[in-house]
Design a protein around this ligand. Structure first.
Ligand SMILES: CC(C)(COP(=O)(O)OP(=O)(O)OC[C@H]1O[C@@H](n2cnc3c(N)ncnc32)[C@H](O)[C@@H]1OP(=O)(O)O)[C@@H](O)C(=O)NCCC(=O)NCCS
Length: 183
Protein backbone atom coordinates (compact mmCIF):
# COMPACT_ATOMS: atom_id res chain seq x y z
CA UNK A 1 0.00 0.00 0.00
CA UNK A 2 1.38 3.41 -0.97
CA UNK A 3 0.19 6.70 0.48
CA UNK A 4 -0.41 9.60 -1.88
CA UNK A 5 -0.74 12.96 -0.15
CA UNK A 6 -3.89 14.82 -1.16
CA UNK A 7 -4.05 17.21 1.74
CA UNK A 8 -2.87 17.04 5.32
CA UNK A 9 -6.20 15.66 6.42
CA UNK A 10 -6.79 13.28 3.50
CA UNK A 11 -4.25 10.75 2.27
CA UNK A 12 -4.99 8.67 -0.83
CA UNK A 13 -4.03 5.01 -0.62
CA UNK A 14 -2.90 3.10 -3.69
CA UNK A 15 -2.81 -0.67 -3.71
CA UNK A 16 -1.70 -2.90 -6.55
CA UNK A 17 -3.09 -6.41 -6.93
CA UNK A 18 -3.90 -9.02 -9.61
CA UNK A 19 -7.11 -8.42 -11.56
CA UNK A 20 -10.40 -10.12 -10.63
CA UNK A 21 -13.30 -10.85 -13.00
CA UNK A 22 -15.30 -7.98 -11.53
CA UNK A 23 -12.50 -5.58 -12.61
CA UNK A 24 -12.72 -6.34 -16.35
CA UNK A 25 -15.05 -3.50 -17.26
CA UNK A 26 -13.10 -0.94 -15.22
CA UNK A 27 -9.83 -2.10 -16.80
CA UNK A 28 -11.27 -1.54 -20.28
CA UNK A 29 -12.42 1.91 -19.19
CA UNK A 30 -8.91 2.83 -18.01
CA UNK A 31 -7.40 1.88 -21.39
CA UNK A 32 -10.13 3.62 -23.42
CA UNK A 33 -9.71 6.76 -21.40
CA UNK A 34 -5.86 6.79 -21.35
CA UNK A 35 -5.34 5.89 -25.01
CA UNK A 36 -8.42 7.70 -26.35
CA UNK A 37 -9.37 4.71 -28.49
CA UNK A 38 -10.76 1.18 -28.25
CA UNK A 39 -7.72 -0.80 -29.47
CA UNK A 40 -5.90 -1.42 -26.19
CA UNK A 41 -9.09 -2.24 -24.25
CA UNK A 42 -10.00 -4.71 -26.96
CA UNK A 43 -6.47 -6.13 -26.92
CA UNK A 44 -6.70 -6.90 -23.20
CA UNK A 45 -10.11 -8.52 -23.69
CA UNK A 46 -8.77 -10.68 -26.55
CA UNK A 47 -5.62 -11.68 -24.67
CA UNK A 48 -7.70 -12.65 -21.66
CA UNK A 49 -9.54 -15.21 -23.79
CA UNK A 50 -6.33 -16.98 -24.84
CA UNK A 51 -5.01 -19.99 -22.99
CA UNK A 52 -1.60 -18.35 -22.62
CA UNK A 53 -3.05 -15.45 -20.60
CA UNK A 54 -1.32 -14.98 -17.23
CA UNK A 55 -3.89 -13.50 -14.79
CA UNK A 56 -1.23 -13.23 -12.09
CA UNK A 57 0.58 -10.71 -14.33
CA UNK A 58 -2.48 -8.56 -15.03
CA UNK A 59 -2.29 -6.02 -12.21
CA UNK A 60 -4.61 -3.19 -11.26
CA UNK A 61 -3.86 -0.04 -9.29
CA UNK A 62 -6.73 0.67 -6.92
CA UNK A 63 -7.30 3.97 -5.19
CA UNK A 64 -10.15 4.29 -2.72
CA UNK A 65 -11.96 1.39 -4.35
CA UNK A 66 -11.55 2.75 -7.89
CA UNK A 67 -9.38 1.13 -10.56
CA UNK A 68 -7.09 3.91 -11.75
CA UNK A 69 -4.43 1.93 -13.60
CA UNK A 70 -3.61 -1.40 -15.22
CA UNK A 71 -0.52 -3.21 -16.45
CA UNK A 72 -0.34 -6.49 -18.33
CA UNK A 73 2.53 -8.82 -19.14
CA UNK A 74 1.90 -11.39 -21.89
CA UNK A 75 3.97 -14.39 -22.90
CA UNK A 76 6.00 -14.01 -26.09
CA UNK A 77 8.41 -16.36 -27.83
CA UNK A 78 11.93 -15.43 -28.90
CA UNK A 79 12.67 -17.51 -31.96
CA UNK A 80 16.36 -18.29 -31.66
CA UNK A 81 18.27 -20.21 -34.32
CA UNK A 82 18.15 -23.54 -32.50
CA UNK A 83 15.30 -23.14 -29.99
CA UNK A 84 12.38 -21.06 -28.77
CA UNK A 85 12.82 -19.08 -25.57
CA UNK A 86 9.92 -17.85 -23.43
CA UNK A 87 9.80 -14.18 -22.49
CA UNK A 88 7.21 -11.56 -21.56
CA UNK A 89 5.93 -8.44 -23.28
CA UNK A 90 4.85 -5.50 -21.14
CA UNK A 91 1.70 -4.22 -22.88
CA UNK A 92 -0.56 -2.51 -22.57
CA UNK A 93 -0.26 -0.25 -19.57
CA UNK A 94 -2.36 2.78 -18.69
CA UNK A 95 -3.29 5.15 -15.89
CA UNK A 96 -6.47 7.25 -15.95
CA UNK A 97 -5.56 10.71 -17.32
CA UNK A 98 -6.63 12.52 -14.15
CA UNK A 99 -4.25 10.34 -12.08
CA UNK A 100 -1.22 10.50 -14.39
CA UNK A 101 2.17 11.96 -13.43
CA UNK A 102 1.77 11.10 -9.77
CA UNK A 103 3.98 8.02 -9.82
CA UNK A 104 1.23 5.43 -10.22
CA UNK A 105 2.55 4.19 -13.56
CA UNK A 106 5.97 3.74 -11.97
CA UNK A 107 4.45 1.80 -9.09
CA UNK A 108 2.66 -0.46 -11.55
CA UNK A 109 5.86 -1.15 -13.51
CA UNK A 110 7.91 -1.79 -10.38
CA UNK A 111 5.33 -4.04 -8.76
CA UNK A 112 4.75 -5.77 -12.10
CA UNK A 113 8.45 -6.52 -12.58
CA UNK A 114 8.62 -7.79 -9.01
CA UNK A 115 5.77 -10.24 -9.81
CA UNK A 116 7.51 -11.32 -13.03
CA UNK A 117 10.63 -12.13 -10.99
CA UNK A 118 8.57 -13.97 -8.39
CA UNK A 119 7.10 -16.19 -11.11
CA UNK A 120 10.64 -16.85 -12.42
CA UNK A 121 10.38 -15.00 -15.69
CA UNK A 122 13.70 -13.80 -17.03
CA UNK A 123 13.15 -11.41 -19.93
CA UNK A 124 10.65 -8.56 -20.45
CA UNK A 125 10.28 -6.75 -23.77
CA UNK A 126 8.46 -3.45 -24.23
CA UNK A 127 7.62 -1.26 -27.19
CA UNK A 128 7.10 2.13 -25.64
CA UNK A 129 8.17 5.64 -24.75
CA UNK A 130 12.00 5.76 -24.76
CA UNK A 131 11.94 8.46 -22.05
CA UNK A 132 9.90 6.34 -19.69
CA UNK A 133 11.09 2.74 -19.52
CA UNK A 134 14.91 3.15 -19.13
CA UNK A 135 14.32 4.36 -15.57
CA UNK A 136 13.20 0.81 -14.73
CA UNK A 137 16.31 -0.73 -16.31
CA UNK A 138 15.07 -1.25 -19.87
CA UNK A 139 17.58 -0.68 -22.68
CA UNK A 140 17.83 -1.18 -26.44
CA UNK A 141 16.55 -4.59 -27.49
CA UNK A 142 18.17 -4.46 -30.92
CA UNK A 143 21.54 -3.83 -29.27
CA UNK A 144 21.00 -7.16 -27.52
CA UNK A 145 20.12 -9.00 -30.73
CA UNK A 146 16.32 -8.94 -30.59
CA UNK A 147 13.99 -7.98 -33.45
CA UNK A 148 10.22 -7.74 -33.89
CA UNK A 149 8.22 -8.54 -37.04
CA UNK A 150 6.73 -5.04 -37.30
CA UNK A 151 8.29 -1.60 -37.76
CA UNK A 152 9.46 0.07 -34.53
CA UNK A 153 12.10 2.78 -34.07
CA UNK A 154 15.27 1.52 -32.34
CA UNK A 155 14.75 3.65 -29.26
CA UNK A 156 11.19 2.38 -28.69
CA UNK A 157 12.11 -1.32 -28.69
CA UNK A 158 13.48 -2.13 -25.26
CA UNK A 159 14.25 -5.15 -23.11
CA UNK A 160 14.99 -5.89 -19.48
CA UNK A 161 16.89 -8.91 -18.21
CA UNK A 162 15.28 -9.87 -14.89
CA UNK A 163 18.19 -12.22 -14.36
CA UNK A 164 21.51 -10.60 -15.29
CA UNK A 165 22.93 -12.30 -18.38
CA UNK A 166 19.59 -13.84 -19.40
CA UNK A 167 20.13 -12.65 -22.98
CA UNK A 168 23.81 -13.58 -23.23
CA UNK A 169 23.15 -16.58 -25.46
CA UNK A 170 19.84 -15.46 -26.92
CA UNK A 171 19.01 -13.48 -30.04
CA UNK A 172 16.22 -13.65 -32.56
CA UNK A 173 12.73 -12.60 -33.55
CA UNK A 174 10.18 -11.87 -30.82
CA UNK A 175 6.78 -13.35 -31.67
CA UNK A 176 3.78 -11.69 -30.01
CA UNK A 177 0.35 -13.31 -29.46
CA UNK A 178 -1.81 -12.84 -32.58
CA UNK A 179 -4.15 -10.47 -30.72
CA UNK A 180 -1.42 -7.81 -31.04
CA UNK A 181 -1.77 -7.87 -34.85
CA UNK A 182 -4.93 -5.76 -34.63
CA UNK A 183 -3.51 -2.98 -32.42
C1 LIG B 1 2.46 6.04 -19.62
C2 LIG B 1 1.59 6.11 -18.38
C3 LIG B 1 1.05 4.73 -18.02
C4 LIG B 1 2.48 6.63 -17.22
O1 LIG B 1 1.67 6.65 -16.06
P1 LIG B 1 1.93 7.75 -14.95
O2 LIG B 1 1.19 7.35 -13.73
O3 LIG B 1 1.67 9.10 -15.52
O4 LIG B 1 3.50 7.55 -14.74
P2 LIG B 1 4.43 8.16 -13.61
O5 LIG B 1 3.71 9.24 -12.86
O6 LIG B 1 5.03 7.06 -12.88
O7 LIG B 1 5.56 8.76 -14.50
C5 LIG B 1 5.34 9.94 -15.19
C6 LIG B 1 6.46 10.04 -16.17
O8 LIG B 1 6.03 9.43 -17.35
C7 LIG B 1 6.38 10.24 -18.42
N1 LIG B 1 5.36 10.08 -19.43
C8 LIG B 1 4.05 9.93 -19.26
N2 LIG B 1 3.44 9.84 -20.46
C9 LIG B 1 4.42 9.92 -21.38
C10 LIG B 1 4.44 9.93 -22.78
N3 LIG B 1 3.32 9.84 -23.51
N4 LIG B 1 5.64 10.02 -23.40
C11 LIG B 1 6.78 10.13 -22.68
N5 LIG B 1 6.80 10.16 -21.36
C12 LIG B 1 5.64 10.06 -20.72
C13 LIG B 1 6.34 11.63 -17.90
O9 LIG B 1 7.26 12.42 -18.60
C14 LIG B 1 6.79 11.46 -16.47
O10 LIG B 1 8.17 11.58 -16.44
P3 LIG B 1 8.85 12.49 -15.35
O11 LIG B 1 8.59 11.78 -14.06
O12 LIG B 1 10.28 12.47 -15.74
O13 LIG B 1 8.15 13.80 -15.46
C15 LIG B 1 0.42 7.10 -18.55
O14 LIG B 1 0.94 8.34 -18.90
C16 LIG B 1 -0.60 6.66 -19.60
O15 LIG B 1 -1.53 5.94 -19.29
N6 LIG B 1 -0.42 7.13 -20.83
C17 LIG B 1 -1.36 6.84 -21.92
C18 LIG B 1 -1.26 5.40 -22.35
C19 LIG B 1 0.16 5.03 -22.73
O16 LIG B 1 0.82 5.74 -23.48
N7 LIG B 1 0.61 3.87 -22.19
C20 LIG B 1 1.97 3.41 -22.38
C21 LIG B 1 2.15 2.71 -23.67
S1 LIG B 1 3.88 2.33 -23.87
Amino acid sequence: MTHFGKSQSHTLMLSIRPEKPEDYEAISRVHRSAFGQENEARLVEELRKSKEFLPELSLVAVMEGEIVGHILFSPVIIQCRDRNVHALALAPMAVLPEFQRRGMGSQLVEKGLECCRRFKHQIVIVVGHPDYYPRFGFSSARAKGLEVPFPVPDEALMVLELTPGALDTISGMVLYPVAFNDV
